[in-house]
Design a protein around this ligand. Structure first.
Ligand code: PEP
Length: 251
């Protein structure tokens, strides 16, 4: 059985004091949600404060990005080693990083590798754009992203994959449960080709893209989907808590 994951990607939202307030609002409720791994991914600057706030809870912490070098003259970047002291997870290859910061599969591969090397658990994001979806290229695109991002990397149970169709992120137009389930089933089959059937059956693959408290059940009840990476709705304590609770109830 794969334990479901509900991860909140706060993106570039919340000052440190707002982040503290948001965690205070959801901490006790989230802590009480059983059987679901709950992960908060605030901006870098709030990691330290939130680490302290959740230290005696079941809530885990993640970053939204990292640089692949350990240290050195890379002004403005945050290294895997720095993050390893603060959090357990790190989102890698989010489509906004690919779109606005020119992250290629090659860079994503280096970041996944760098994260694993220091014991951080990567949440590797893949997903097709609208035009690619409309051209029937979804499997070609996500299969290619997956193979390139994981090329030469040994499997580790620390890895989680998130299927996030770009056209569904922040648009309010989520995929349907069955669409997402089908593509995630395909992603699992590629993982099987790369690492074998046992790994394919144990790897957790999340759906992300306009998940809310109103549609989480549609995704969480699908066989292939092991939870959600949530953007906008993770900034509202009651929504995020409800998403985690509903996922727990479906187990
Ligand atoms: C995301 O940022 O990964 C995401 C899925 O965003 P949203 O839920 O807002 O679509």
């Amino acid at each position: 059985m794969r334990a479901p994951v509900i991860a909140g990607n706060w993106k570039m939202n919340t000052t440190v004091s707002e982040a503290i307030e948001l965690v205070r609002e959801m901490r006790n409720g989230l802590d009480g949600v059983a059987g679901v791994e709950k992960i908060l991914c605030p901006p870098f600057v709030s990691l330290s404060a939130i680490k302290d706030l959740i230290k005696e809870t079941s809530i885990k912490l993640g970053a939204q990005n990292l640089y692949f070098e350990e240290k050195g003259a890379y002004t403005g970047e945050i290294s895997p080693l720095m993050l390893a002291e603060l959090c357990q997870y790190v989102i890698v290859g989010h489509s906004e990083r690919r779109q606005y910061f020119n992250e290629t599969d090659e860079i994503v591969n280096k970041k996944v590798r760098a994260a694993i090397e220091v014991g951080l658990k990567p949440i590797l994001c893949i997903g097709e754009r609208l035009a690619e979806n409309e051209a029937g290229m979804t499997e070609k695109v996500v299969g290619g992203q997956l193979r390139s991002s994981l090329a030469g990397i040994d499997y580790t149970p620390d890895l989680t994959v998130a299927y996030e169709p770009v056209w569904a992120i922040g648009t309010g137009k989520a995929a349907t449960g069955s669409q997402a389930n089908m593509t995630i089933g395909f992603i699992r089959s590629v993982i099987g080709q790369l690492y074998g059937p046992e790994v394919a059956s144990e790897l957790r693959i999340l759906y992300g893209g306009s998940v809310t408290a109103d549609n989480i059940v549609e995704f969480a009840q699908q066989d292939e989907i092991d939870g959600a990476l949530v953007g906008g709705a993770s900034l509202k304590a009651d929504q995020f808590l409800s998403i985690a609770k509903q996922t727990s109830e479906l187990r």
